[in-house]
Design a binder for this molecule. Sequence first.
Ligand SMILES: [Ca+2]
Length: 396
Amino acid sequence: MKSCSERSQCRPGGREGVAIVLVLSVIAVMTIVVVELSFTTRISSEIAMNQRDELKALYLAKAGYQYSKIILTIDNSLQSQIKKTTENLPEGTPALGFHLWDYFPVSYPPEVIALLDMAKSMQGGEEGEQTAATPSEGSGVESDGSSDQAWDQEEYYDVEIKSESCKINLNSLAEEKQKDLQKSGIFKLLVNLLSLEEYLEFFKDNYNLREDLIYAIKDWVDEDSMGSNPRAGMDENTPYQSRADRYRVKNAPFDSFEEIFLVEGMSYKLYAEIFEKYTTVYGDKDNKINIACNHGPIVKAILDQSVQYDKDELLKALEERGGFDSPKDLEEKLKEITGVKTPIDADIKGLLTAEDTKYRVVSTGTVGQVSKVLTTVVQRGSSAGEQVKLLYWRVQ
Ligand SMILES: [Ca+2]
């Protein structure tokens, strides 16, 4: 008979116990491998789906842009027609200042976007601007199963078209002769804009920066290397040579707005609060500003120095008179309100127009939770039916 001197040998199932431990270890390792594999597969699948949605959203945004080009071309013909129809009307007849997109939303599917907007406004949303509408549980617009929807509610595009001609073109500073710069309409308008009361806090450390900044922009875009600022040196490169990343001025127009941060004196705050809203760099030597779409700071900035009237009160008085749709209309109303014979600065007056030539088209493509925003600036053809020309393109 075997002796039971060693415990392990005497315990029932001792060898099988080792086998169980081994099997359990193998199962544990396999479980970890399988879970890891499953996790990696799921992540890869989600990444792939996300990339697919991003691509779909991008193409939806591109589709929105293409559609807006058609709308802009048709609107061009419409505007020519309106001009022909109204040129013989008696003076004082209100202008028919509208665009096609004011009545036909540039969106896909348009009727759904319109419904979503309506639902939002019924819920108390007072957003006036047309932005990418996101269908949500609370939007109030849901499929009732009875409609013949041929589209996926989660996939759509929405486009916002705004005039870029309302803004001051900084590149047109390049055209001004240095000796006449301070008397030019564009220089005066920009200085007036930066000098408005609401922006004073940005310059409280150095009020000269208002003019210095305009001189610096002028030097950046004009061909020569002569400094235009009487307070600074003759060489316009001097301020840039003392920087850690030394560089020289461009001596050519801005190609994109992002370049403006390279200009001496420019800050993100000034850009976001003033320059991005009221200035542009797109359009060939086109320095005309459509005053009809300006109802704020630019209107205040065009006033002659002889106008002693609270600028905000003036804007309110203009609004009470139903706004204005042309430089002439604005001038007449300003005369009436202020009692000043020449309420608009004579040098700035030549820059004003009621025509739109450039548009900013922001097309947002959405697929579920993923959105792609395509921002473009286009120039409209000068004759009816002419295709629009692309000036700027950016995908975000
Ligand atoms: Ca220069």
